[in-house]
Design a protein around this ligand. Structure first.
Ligand SMILES: C[S@@+](CC[C@H](N)C(=O)[O-])C[C@H]1O[C@@H](n2cnc3c(N)ncnc32)[C@H](O)[C@@H]1O
Length: 241
């Protein structure tokens, strides 16, 4: 069954953008996923195609009108989750991506200006998702991030089925380092263990490296991983002064 993405945007020419090439582009041609891009201006109330207005209460910037956004949603709404990309939303994670990829698809609303009127967020029960703690000029790059992350998890998109399971975040750890030929480059040898041919030893080394990198770089992930691996007591003990 095709995973269906719909994007509601003021800039439809930004799509499929990078999703038209490589893995995602080939998967779309193969019918694994589909993309419908809808221009929010088609739902504007006047011939000037205006979709925004000044904020009640004053202040800088413009706000996208709820009636325009609502009509655009009405035209595409079905059983797919309705997502509004916003820095205020829950942070996009690999788990959330996997959940969305396992569903029928997504309807993604891209904001511009200061964002959209709060009432349509509430009336439509939009799920608010952020791609990180920084401000983009519009939701379109965030939509491309979300769609890319979902598409590569769809069955048949990645050549090697095991690769998604070994990536950063899938086991709650950042990924171990990779090496390829030449075995020595600029005086830097590949770790001996990787040339040993001992699969179990290689697997153990990779886990140890993933743990080391996660411990050094992401104390938040490391603490959560320890809780899952060893139980609450270890994490609590580690956190003690
Ligand atoms: C300039 S931003 C508005 C920022 C908003 N005034 C605020 O402070 O939260 C315009 C649009 O870009 C999108 N956007 C910006 N940063 C984002 C992020 N980190 N994650 C998801 N969407 C984002 C949202 O759709 C937002 O409505």
């Amino acid at each position: 069954m095709t995973w269906r993405a719909a994007v509601l945007t003021l800039f439809p020419t930004m799509f499929p953008g990078p999703l038209g090439d490589s893995l995602a582009g080939r998967a779309r041609e193969a019918g694994i996923w589909s993309l419908d891009t809808h221009d929010l201006r088609d739902h504007a109330p006047d011939r000037h195609r205006r979709v925004d207005d000044t904020p009640f209460g004053g202040g800088a910037g413009m706000v996208m009108r709820p009636d325009v956004v609502d009509r655009a949603i009405e035209a595409v709404a079905d059983d797919r989750p309705l997502i509004y990309l916003t820095p205020r939303g829950e942070r996009l994670s690999q788990q959330l991506v996997a959940d969305l990829a396992a569903g029928p698809g997504v309807i993604v609303l891209c904001g511009r200006y200061e964002g959209i009127d709060q009432r349509v967020i509430e009336a439509r029960g939009l799920r608010e998702i952020s791609v990180g703690d920084y401000i983009l000029s519009g939701g379109e790059p965030a939509a491309l991030v979300l769609l890319d992350a979902c598409i590569r998890l769809l069955p048949g998109v990645m050549g090697e089925p095991a690769s998604a399971g070994e990536e950063s975040f899938s086991a709650g750890l950042l990924e171990y380092p990779h090496y390829t030929r030449p075995a020595e480059w600029q005086g830097r040898p590949v770790p001996d263990i990787l040339l040993s041919g001992h699969h179990q030893a290689v697997a153990a080394w990779r886990i140890a490296e993933a743990e080391r990198i996660t411990r050094e770089r992401r104390p938040d992930l490391w603490a959560a991983y320890q809780v899952r691996r060893d139980g609450v007591a270890v994490a609590t003990a580690a956190a003690a002064p």
